[in-house]
Design a binder for this molecule. Structure first.
Ligand code: ZN
Ligand code: MN
Length: 145
């Protein structure tokens, strides 16, 4: 990512945080930058381990709070799966995922057919559909070894 894009992205983030009365801190910027740069959707703990070298005084609890602030202002989405640790996604648009049953990692799945698939599915009478999710479950390359 070039410097101009990064400045633009930070400005957008600053505005989003502002709408919820929050400030753009160096910690929030670091958390957001890390989420922007990874292919999978990390847990709070993974984010913590990744930003700690840059911000030695940061704690896991603080990372968690910063992630929740980013979720509340609509900059990041949170993926919760029952008792497993929540994962955080830089994308907030409607999209799909693949999820590894071994390591629990989640990746974006880019398919165009999602809404087309839905038009073939009929729920029971009287059920009004508001949203849908498509998720492929399996084992990633590392877990298949
Ligand atoms: Zn895996
Ligand atoms: Mn995603």
């Amino acid at each position: 990512m070039n410097a101009k894009n990064q400045i633009q992205r930070q400005e957008t983030l600053r505005q989003k945080l502002h709408t919820r009365g929050s400030q753009l801190t160096s910690q929030r910027a670091a958390v957001y930058d890390y989420l922007s740069g990874v292919k999978h959707h990390p847990t709070a703990e993974e984010v913590f381990l990744a930003v700690k070298p840059k911000l030695p005084r940061i704690s896991l609890a603080t990372v968690y709070k910063n992630l929740e602030t980013l979720v509340k202002c609509g900059a990041v989405s949170k993926l919760a799966y029952g008792d497993a640790s929540a994962r955080y996604d830089i994308r907030t648009d409607h999209h799909y995922h693949t999820r590894c049953l071994g390591c629990g990692k989640i990746w974006d799945l880019d398919v165009q057919e999602g809404s087309e698939l839905l038009s073939h599915i009929r729920p029971q009478a009287g059920f009004e559909v508001k949203d849908y999710r498509l998720e492929l479950l399996g084992y990633c390359r590392e877990c298949r070894r």
